[in-house]
Write a protein that binds this ligand. Structure first.
Ligand code: F6R
Length: 329
């Protein structure tokens, strides 16, 4: 049924994610070199930006100052001590190309990742360090080939926990056997079947990367409106929206070892929904390293977005609205 609902074959690439991640991590890409980095900027949009979010989460637990740019503007503080890591899977994204140019002009250290396109031409012309990584199906579906290539290339410059990388791949393999379309007790399919209205995703600070990726995947694959909010901040604004009725449905993405104050907030929030008769779903991360926790959620939730697309009768692969905007830039 998935082949019929997804004629573009996106799910077939998802099915190979663990192998793609493994190959990409062990591929001889060579390592990035750096001359003393005081801060790191990850630049990229959409599917490429989602990879920056994951790397940001990994680095935010270290002493390195890190920021994410999803747009045209490099922070004004960026200079020779800044490593600007830019990703554009197609290599043709205007915003990211603008950041690369700004980084070169500001004398930043750079590492660029793309599958070709203008980024490859620009980096070749200006002799900037770059890595060409294969695109699998589409930019957003190329998440593992780019993420794991970047972890391998950047391993000498930023701290990468080797065990966490290996665990994240073996966890993905284990998860695949539970979320494949043949299984009836499939948690991704069950979540997709439950979604009838507009998903409102709540997430703890450490899992923003997974939640935002889920939002993006629901939008790009299932073509639906979605909101994603930090659970603590949402208690000061977004939570009031539930007083207004409507067809929204809360999804709580909880971390296996959330900060105790966040755990307390989940409990209060569950009580709030129950007191108002609002049904909700909880998705919990596995225990483990930062990367393993995020990857496990991304794999499960991306699958849910494809299932939702097919259940709704929309094709997950094409994104004509994004194509329209890009044509007009
Ligand atoms: C489409 C997709 C988009 C792109 C975004 C940026 O599959 O995932 O979100 O990732 O439009 O394009 P790239 O990644 O080529 O720079």
């Amino acid at each position: 049924w998935l082949d019929k609902g997804d004629p573009g074959g996106m799910h077939r690439t998802y099915d190979r994610w663990p192998e793609i991640a493994e190959e990409s991590y062990s591929e001889e890409y060579g390592q990035a070199e750096s001359g003393g980095v005081s801060d790191v900027v990850f630049a990229g949009m959409g599917g490429s930006g989602a990879i920056g979010d994951v790397l940001y989460s990994m680095l935010s637990k270290t002493g390195i100052h890190v920021s994410v740019v999803k747009g045209y503007v490099l922070p004004r503080t960026a200079g020779p001590g800044t490593l600007v890591v830019s990703t554009s899977i197609s290599g043709n994204t205007r915003e990211t190309l603008t950041v690369i140019e700004a980084a070169r002009e500001a004398g930043c250290q750079t590492a660029c990742f793309c599958s070709g396109g203008e980024m490859l031409e620009y980096c070749t012309r200006h002799k900037m360090p770059h890595w060409v990584v294969p695109m699998h199906h589409s930019p957003r579906t190329s998440f593992p080939s780019f993420l794991y290539a970047m972890l391998s290339v950047l391993g000498g410059v930023i701290p990468v926990d080797e065990k966490d990388v290996r665990d994240s791949i073996s966890d993905m393999r284990e998860l695949r056997s539970r979320i494949s379309p043949e299984r009836e007790d499939n948690p991704a399919l069950e979540l997709a079947r439950w979604i009838k209205g507009m998903p409102v995703i709540y997430y703890p600070w450490g899992l923003q990367a997974a939640a935002v990726r889920f939002k993006n995947s629901l939008q790009e694959n299932a073509k639906c409106h979605v909101i994603a909010e930090d659970v603590i901040e949402a208690c000061h604004n977004g939570i009031v929206s539930w007083e207004g009725g409507g067809n929204a449905q809360p999804i709580l993405i909880e971390g296996a070892d959330d900060y105790y104050k966040t755990k307390e907030r989940w409990a209060i929030l569950r009580g709030f929904f129950e007191s108002r008769g609002i049904g909700y779903r909880e998705v919990r991360s596995v225990k483990g390293g930062v990367l393993s926790k995020i990857i496990n959620l991304v794999y499960l939730l991306d699958y849910a977005s494809i299932y939702l697309a097919v259940l709704r009768g929309v094709e997950p692969s094409p994104v004509p609205a994004i194509d329209y905007i890009k044509r007009h830039l």
